[in-house]
Design a binder for this molecule. Structure first.
Ligand SMILES: Cc1ncc(COP(=O)(O)O)c(C=O)c1O
Length: 432
């Protein structure tokens, strides 16, 4: 048997799965590991959504490729409201997760892919599978990895294809940063002038921390921005595999038939019971909405607690504004780290796992330079390894009045992990 030679060399195991396997093997051997490597919202499926799924289990016919009309209507109304844009059901396509939709968008749209560094682990591998050239826009850890128009332009100038694609992710996995109105205004002008279409991955848009509002690039560049997202994060429904894309009216006539044609040849449509159950989430059920707000407040409290703790002990890390990630950087301790054999972010992740039982993903998984000592820290898993543990945390949350007491009283693993990190920083500082 031979694998398809045009993709075989791109088939490396995902770094996220790799770290999970390592952690599980250590847990199975009875070792303690504090897992900051795994990003998945752990809360239960809301009872109303469970009931809706059970009530729709009898639906066995293939749904339309674009998605069931009632669901697309509900999504369009929901998205128009929360994104502050105007979109209609005809502009919505649902798919098995937003990841699959990003893949077929990359397949359907001509042009090289531009990715700001750091960017989520799957965008570049998807482009590689499609034979689409990828260009990375660099950014500095000291600036919180914010992309600038100058750096974007330096990359665009080197691309010979007319049309180009830029994938943005706000709030970001890995940094938790949101794009600002100032940058989005500049970006809209730039993209319009340079034939750049944006795929805007807003899967964490409904998990804001209340520090600044979620802003979609589609507000500023409606004709050239395709918004993607789904139910995996704010509703903790990654396993339901339901995502949606909003195709701008200006592109719809050509792009929607192309997407429907590709989807019909690959997955036909997401499962019918899931689509009907999703209606309960998108019609604005007040109980489900309150639950989303509670889960979001807890993600925010946990993430902000960990961030301020890191910040206090002198680790360079931009304050996250949404989602459940941040990207600490250790470049300021480059010399003492080199003395203990840590030269790259992969060395650093390996050292912290071996010596301090702390699991992180290295920045390289998100495209950063190996010598840039950055790690991706996920806050969604620790102290919530099981759904039961996550539900105990939900029960313990009594509003955001005293998040510090909530963290102290109900997060023993987080406290132990942060002590381990403190020990590591003290040892690095001690060798200065
Ligand atoms: C940035 C980002 N985009 C997309 C996805 C995929 O989401 P979905 O479950 O909708 O495929 C994830 C999941 O981890 C993610 O972190």
């Amino acid at each position: 048997m031979n694998l398809n030679p045009s993709i075989a060399h791109h088939l490396t195991p995902s770094p996220t799965l790799h770290i999970n396997e390592q952690v599980r093997a250590r847990w199975a051997a009875g070792e303690t590991v504090y897992h900051f490597g795994f990003g998945e919202s752990r809360f239960s499926v809301h009872p109303r959504l469970q009931a809706a799924l059970a009530a729709n289990a009898h639906r066995k016919a293939y749904p339309p490729v674009q998605g069931v009309p009632e669901l697309r209507e509900a999504i369009a109304a929901h998205d128009s409201r929360w994104l502050g844009i105007s979109c209609a059901a005809e502009q919505i396509i649902v798919g098995p997760g937003s990841k699959s939709l990003i893949y077929i968008l990359q397949m359907a749209l001509a042009g090289d892919l531009i990715l700001p560094i750091p960017s989520w682990v799957s965008y570049a591998p998807q482009a590689n599978l499609l034979g689409k050239p990828v260009h990375f826009v660099s950014a500095a850890a000291e600036d919180g990895y914010q992309m600038t128009i100058e750096n974007l332009d330096a990359v665009v100038q080197g691309i010979s294809t007319g049309q180009k694609l830029l994938i943005l992710n706000t709030p970001s996995n890995p940094t938790g940063q949101m794009l600002t109105a100032e940058l989005l205004i500049e970006l809209a002008d730039y993209c319009r002038a340079h034939q750049v279409f944006i795929i805007s991955d807003e899967i964490y848009g409904e998990v804001p921390h209340g520090l600044q509002p979620h802003l979609s690039p589609s507000r500023f560049y409606p004709e050239g921005t395709i918004v993607v997202g789904g139910m995996s994060k704010h509703l903790s429904l990654g396993g339901w595999r339901l995502g949606r894309a909003i195709i701008p009216e200006a592109l719809s006539e050509k792009l929607m038939p192309a997407l429907l044609s590709i989807a019909s040849e690959i997955w036909s449509s997401p499962s019918a019971p899931i689509q009907y159950a999703a209606l309960t989430a998108y019609v604005g059920d007040s109980e489900v909405q309150a639950y989303v707000e509670k889960c979001t407040a807890i993600h925010a409290a946990r993430t902000q607690h960990i961030w301020s703790w890191l910040d206090e002990i002198g680790i360079q890390v931009a304050q996250p504004q949404g989602g459940f990630y941040m990207m600490p950087n250790f470049n300021r301790w480059r010399e003492p780290l080199a003395e203990i054999g840590v030269h790259t972010s992969e060395d650093l992740a390996g050292h912290l796992l071996d010596k301090y039982q702390l699991a992180f993903l290295p920045g390289t998984a998100f495209g950063t330079d190996p010598a840039d000592l950055s790690l991706r820290l996920a806050t969604s898993f620790i102290d919530m390894e099981t759904t039961e543990a996550a539900d105990r945390i939900l029960d313990a949350w009594h509003g955001s009045k005293n998040p510090e007491a909530f963290m102290e009283d109900h997060h023993p693993q987080t406290a132990a992990a942060l002590r381990q990190l403190q020990r590591f920083i003290s040892s690095v500082k001690g060798s200065l």
